[in-house]
Design a protein around this ligand. Structure first.
Ligand code: PLP
Length: 413
């Protein structure tokens, strides 16, 4: 751990500092010296590397998960009156993008493993349902097999009317993965990003791979769509609907352009892409295994503690991307959980909570949502503590954190 992060947080163990080494700094400096700092060759390289890593057909870089979702909704032609089903237990951005599109968020409860409950989704589908956003909580993939079964069921299909050619191409509500946490997660032996209809990653500073702020849309659309055409549409509509990006215009004699769509302005810069590019080169062999090692260390240190409910890491279909270590503690109240986090902070460890369920936040309360309708989300939240998790977290620190946690827990209960 660098002195810088210690000084920044005032804590011995920060929660999730970005991974910055000399190779990453060199890649950024290379961009700065190249004379080209906005969307250009580094974004293109990052898209190619991401596409190869994920195994998808196309990858589109944008400036956040949130704007990526806005672009996807624009492509789907989401309109006021449309309903999008989301879990109540997620970060606010999942719901905010639905509101930005003018659509209505329909919240449902989650399962014990914090992923959206496919049975609740089935019950929430109406003729107005256009999409479901499934959140891979902490990097743990949703049950995409069951979700696709639900949206492809006779009932869901019969009620569905496609308002445009994209919606008609699916002929049913579409399953969007909020994969903000789950780059590198596995479903049925391949990237979990291939298990939904369309997947959006976040490259925000705290995520497994970061471009400071950024997002990535992974496309592996069914055969009625051309992934190359959709890629072109998304690139065009992420940069003002302009036929040439600034880099292409910069070539000699290529100044002329046209505006052919009411595009958004959500392109990623090369300076940002350089950070993610240098990180992603190390992800599969170094950074992701290092995250798993920290995760597994916590699990072995906490195994045998009757008060600890360990998070899911692997089952017969899924492997996590180990974004979070969302530990839950048996039989504690929300107040006791808050006290444990406070005392850990006083002892130099920054723990965190994922997430405050949306119906507990003012905006959504004012919209009429009530947490009493989402008992599992509340239960999962009330006793949850996310422990620090990042590739450079040492074995000694993990031992210290686990010991501190037990000491504080015994004091608080
Ligand atoms: C971080 C996060 C987002 C938002 O990502 P941005 O890139 O900041 O827009 C969305 N959903 C979840 C679950 C997140 O954790």
């Amino acid at each position: 751990m660098s002195l810088l992060t210690e000084n920044l947080t005032g804590l011995t163990v920060p929660f999730s500092p970005p991974y910055i080494d000399e190779d990453i700094i060199a890649e950024v400096v290379d961009t700065l010296r190249s004379g080209w700092i906005t969307t250009g060759p580094k974004v293109q390289q990052l898209e190619t590397l991401a596409k190869d890593f994920i195994g998808c057909k196309q990858a589109v870089c944008v400036n956040s998960w949130t704007s990526g979702a806005t672009l996807v909704f624009k492509w789907l032609g989401i309109k006021p009156g449309d309903e999008i089903i989301i879990p109540a237990y997620t970060y606010a951005a999942t719901a905010l993008t639905v509101l930005h599109a003018g659509a209505t968020p329909i919240m449902v409860d989650v399962l014990d493993d914090c992923t959206i409950d496919p049975e609740q989704v089935r019950k929430a589908i109406t003729p107005r349902t256009k999409a479901i956003i499934a959140v891979d909580f902490g990097g743990w993939p949703c049950n995409y097999g069951q979700l696709l079964e639900v949206v492809s069921g006779d009932e869901a299909k019969a009620g569905f009317t496609g308002a445009n050619t994209v919606q008609q191409g699916f002929g049913r509500p579409i399953v969007i993965a909020d994969a903000a946490h789950s780059l590198g997660a596995i479903y049925n032996g391949v990237s979990a990003a291939l298990a939904s209809d369309i997947t959006i990653f976040s490259l925000h500073a705290v995520k497994n791979i970061t471009t400071a702020e950024g997002g990535l849309i992974a496309l592996s659309l069914p055969e009625q769509f051309s992934n190359d055409e959709v890629y072109k549409w998304m690139k065009l509509n992420s940069l003002n609907g302009q036929t040439k990006d600034a880099f292409a215009k910069n070539n000699e004699g290529a100044w002329k352009y046209d505006i052919v769509a009411d595009g958004l302005k959500i392109n990623m810069t090369d300076v940002c892409a350089a950070i993610g590019l240098a990180q992603l080169r190390k992800y599969k062999d170094q950074l992701l295994p290092a995250r798993r090692q920290v995760f597994d260390r916590y699990s072995s240190l906490l195994s045998g503690k009757e008060w600890a409910i360990m998070p899911s890491a692997q089952d017969d279909r899924r492997i996590s991307s180990f974004h979070l270590y969302p530990l839950r503690i048996k039989n504690i109240s929300e107040q006791q959980r808050d006290e444990i986090i406070k005392q850990m902070a006083e002892n130099g460890v920054a723990a965190n909570v994922h997430f405050i369920p949306l119906p507990m936040l003012t905006l959504f309360k004012d919209m009429g949502f009530s947490i009493t309708d989402f008992p599992v989300a509340y239960r999962n939240y009330a006793n949850e503590i996310s422990l620090p998790l990042y590739p450079t977290l040492s074995f000694d620190h993990c031992v210290y954190i686990a010991e501190l946690l037990e000491k504080v827990y015994l004091e608080v209960i």
